[in-house]
Design a protein around this ligand. Structure first.
Ligand SMILES: NC(=O)c1ccc[n+]([C@@H]2O[C@H](COP(=O)([O-])OP(=O)(O)OC[C@H]3O[C@@H](n4cnc5c(N)ncnc54)[C@H](O)[C@@H]3O)[C@@H](O)[C@H]2O)c1
Ligand SMILES: O=C(O)CC[C@@H](O)C(=O)O
Length: 528
C-alpha cells in the first residue's frame, strides 16, 4: 500500500489529490524523533515550513521517494542528504508569489499609515488623529532587493501606484530590469536613496545578516524597511537598535532568524515604528490551495512513475523536458546499462557524445540518464535521476560531454557512450527512430541495427565458419531460446560482434561453455 505522511496543515484540495493514489496520514506537530520513528513506513512526505526534515529523518525513510514542500523555500529540508539518498524534493515555486507580494504591500501601507497602531489605539478607546498622520507612497522611491518572482510583482504594483522603483539583484540584467521599468542600483546606493526598501531574496550564506548595522546606517532617517523574504537576512539586534535610536523611520517583518520569534528577541522590546506578523506571507486561502494542489499533483505523479514539474534536486530536468525527451532519455539510460555491462570493472570515464540533431537537445538530462543507466548495474534501485550525478562524482567517474552537430548518421541524430576504465573501454551508439523506437546502431567499432531487449548476449569473435552454429547449439542445449540474432563486422574474416536477443538470462555455467567455443574472444550477457 502506497502511503503519504502529511506533517503540516495542508489545504484539503491537496489531500484529496494524494488520496487518489495513496493512503494519506495527517499527523501535524510531530517531533523529530516521532518523525524518524514513523517515516520508514512512508513513500512520500508532504510538508509546509513547520516540519524540519533533517538528514536523520531522510536516512530513516527507507522507502521514501519524494518530499513535497507546499511553498517555495526548502530551507527546512536537508536537500543535499535527500539528493544523496535519491529522494526527490519538489516545491511550488509560484503558488504563493502573489500572496507574499501582497503581504509586503500590506506591510508597506501599514507602515506608512500606522494601521496596526491606530487600530490598537482606537480599540483602547482613543481617537488620536494627529499622532497617526502618515505618508503617501506616491512619488516615493522604492528599493527592491531581489527582483525575482515576488520582487517583480511588488515592483509592478508599486510602479502603478506612482512610485519610482529601483532594484538590487546581481543576477538580473539591466535589459530585464528596464522592461519592468526598474532601474538597477548598487546595494549601498539603494539603501541610501530609497524611502521604502523591500527584501525579496533568498537566505543563503551570502545573504545572512546582509542588512547589518552599516547598511541600516546608510538609510534615510525617514525610510522604512520590509522583510517578507526570509529571517536571518536582517541582523535583528542591529535593526532593534536602529529603530530605538531613530536611525530609520520604521520596519515591518514577517520572517525571523528563529521561528517562532523568541520571547526574548530584541525586536519585542521595540515600542514604536515596528510591525511584526507571524510568517503570514503565504497564508491566503488562494495561495494555500495553489501550493497544496501543485505539490500534491507532483507527489501523485511521482508515485505513479511520472516526472515532477518542479523538482528542486534534479537540475535541468523539468517535466516538460522529461516529456519531450522521453525516448531520448530512455535511449541514454539503455545505452548506459549496455555499455556498463560490456565494460565491467572500475569505470574511470564516461564520454557522452551527442551527434547530429541530438546535439540540439539539452545535454544535462541526457548525461544524467546515461549515468543512471551506467550505475544501475552496480547500485540497482538505489540509483535514480536525483542522485546519479552525485554518485558518479563520489565514485570518481569523470564525465565528458561532446556535441558534434556535423555528424549525419541518422535523421534524428545519435547518442554515443564510451567508457574508459581499469579493464579498457567500450563504446555503444544508439538512435531514436521516427516512431520513437530505440535502436542500437554500433557496438564498439561495429555497425549493427538492433532493438534493445530485456536479455541479450553480445560476443566478440573471429568471423569464421561454424561459430554462429556452435553458439546456437550450446544455447539450445541449455534451453535458452534465441529471439533474434545479428552479426556486425567491418572486414570479412576479421573481428565481428554477434548480438542475440534471448528469452531467458544466461546462467553463469553456460557463460563458461560459451567462452570455451573456439574463436569467441568475449561474451557478455546483458540485462536491460
Ligand atoms: N513570507 C513568506 O511567507 C514567503 C512566501 C513565499 C516566498 N518567500 C520568500 O521570498 C523570497 C523570494 O521568493 P521568490 O519566489 O521571489 O524567489 P525568486 O527565486 O523568484 O527570486 C529571488 C531573487 O533574489 C535574487 N537574489 C539572489 N541572491 C541575491 C542577493 N545576494 N542580492 C540580491 N538579490 C539576490 C535572485 O537573483 C532572484 O531574482 C524567498 O526568500 C522566499 O523563500 C516568503
Ligand atoms: O508554509 C508557509 O506558510 C511558508 C511559506 C513560505 O515561506 C514559502 O517559502 O513558500
Amino acid at each position: 500500500m502506497t502511503k503519504v505522511l502529511v506533517s503540516d496543515p495542508i489545504d484539503q484540495a491537496g489531500i484529496d489529490i494524494l488520496a487518489q493514489v495513496a493512503q494519506v496520514d495527517q499527523r501535524v506537530g510531530l517531533s523529530e524523533d516521532d518523525l524518524k520513528a514513523m517515516i520508514g513506513d512512508y513513500d512520500a512526505l508532504m510538508i509546509r515550513s513547520g516540519t524540519q526534515v533533517t538528514a536523520d529523518v531522510i536516512k530513516a525513510g527507507g522507502r521514501l521517494r519524494i518530499i513535497g514542500r507546499a511553498g517555495v523555500g526548502v530551507d527546512n529540508v536537508d536537500v543535499p542528504t535527500a539528493t544523496q539518498q535519491g529522494v526527490l524534493v519538489v516545491n511550488s515555486p509560484e503558488g504563493n508569489t502573489i500572496a507574499a507580494a501582497e503581504q509586503a504591500l500590506a506591510l508597506m501601507l501599514s507602515l506608512s499609515r500606522h494601521v496596526p497602531q491606530a487600530h490598537a489605539s482606537t480599540m483602547a478607546g482613543g481617537w488620536d488623529r494627529k499622532k497617526y498622520v502618515g505618508n503617501e507612497l506616491y512619488k516615493k522611491v522604492l528599493g527592491v532587493v531581489g527582483l525575482g518572482k515576488i520582487g517583480s510583482h511588488v515592483a509592478r504594483v508599486c510602479n502603478a501606484m506612482g512610485m519610482e522603483v529601483i532594484a538590487y539583484d546581481p543576477f538580473i540584467s539591466a535589459d530585464r530590469a528596464q522592461q519592468m521599468q526598474v532601474r538597477l542600483s548598487s546595494l549601498e546606493n539603494l539603501f541610501e536613496q530609497a524611502d521604502y526598501i523591500t527584501l525579496h531574496l533568498p537566505r543563503t550564506p551570502d545573504t545572512e545578516n546582509l542588512v547589518n548595522e552599516e547598511l541600516l546606517g546608510k538609510m534615510k532617517s525617514t525610510a522604512r524597511l520590509v522583510n517578507c523574504a526570509r529571517g536571518g537576512i536582517i541582523d535583528e539586534s542591529a535593526l532593534a537598535d536602529a529603530l530605538k535610536a531613530g536611525v530609520i523611520g520604521g520596519a515591518a517583518l514577517d520572517v525571523y532568524a528563529q521561528e517562532p520569534l523568541a520571547t526574548d528577541s530584541p525586536l519585542r522590546s521595540v515600542q514604536e515604528r515596528l510591525i511584526l506578523t507571524p510568517h503570514l506571507g503565504a497564508s491566503t486561502t488562494e495561495a494555500q490551495e495553489n501550493v497544496a494542489v501543485d505539490v500534491a499533483e507532483q507527489i501523485r505523479d511521482v508515485l505513479l512513475g511520472l516526472p515532477a514539474r518542479s523538482a528542486v534536486n534534479i537540475p535541468g530536468l523539468s517535466a516538460e523536458i522529461m516529456e519531450r525527451l522521453k525516448p531520448h532519455l530512455q535511449l541514454a539510460e539503455t545505452l548506459g546499462l549496455l555499455v556498463s555491462q560490456l565494460s565491467g570493472g572500475q569505470l574511470q570515464e564516461l564520454e557522452v557524445r551527442l551527434q547530429g540533431e541530438f546535439a540540439q537537445h539539452p545535454s544535462q538530462p541526457l548525461v544524467i540518464a546515461a549515468l543512471k543507466g551506467v550505475l544501475t548495474s552496480a547500485l540497482g534501485d538505489r540509483i535514480n535521476y536525483v542522485n546519479a550525478s552525485l554518485e558518479a562524482k563520489g565514485r570518481g567517474i569523470r564525465v565528458l560531454e561532446v556535441k558534434d552537430e556535423t555528424s549525419k548518421d541518422f535523421a534524428g541524430g545519435s547518442l554515443q557512450l564510451t567508457t574508459r576504465g581499469d579493464q579498457g573501454g567500450h563504446s555503444v551508439t544508439g538512435a531514436v527512430f521516427a516512431n520513437g523506437d530505440l535502436r542500437i546502431t554500433t557496438i564498439d567499432e561495429f555497425p549493427v541495427n538492433v532493438s534493445p531487449s530485456r536479455h541479450m548476449l553480445l560476443t566478440r569473435h573471429r568471423d569464421m565458419p561454424g561459430i554462429i552454429g556452435q553458439l546456437g547449439s550450446v544455447l539450445g542445449e541449455h534451453n535458452v531460446n534465441i529471439a533474434s540474432m545479428q552479426v556486425g563486422r567491418r572486414i570479412v574474416r576479421g573481428d565481428a560482434v554477434m548480438v542475440l536477443s534471448i528469452d531467458d538470462p544466461i546462467p553463469p555455467s553456460l557463460l563458461v561453455t560459451i567462452h570455451a567455443i573456439n574463436g569467441i574472444k568475449e561474451a557478455h550477457p546483458v540485462t536491460l
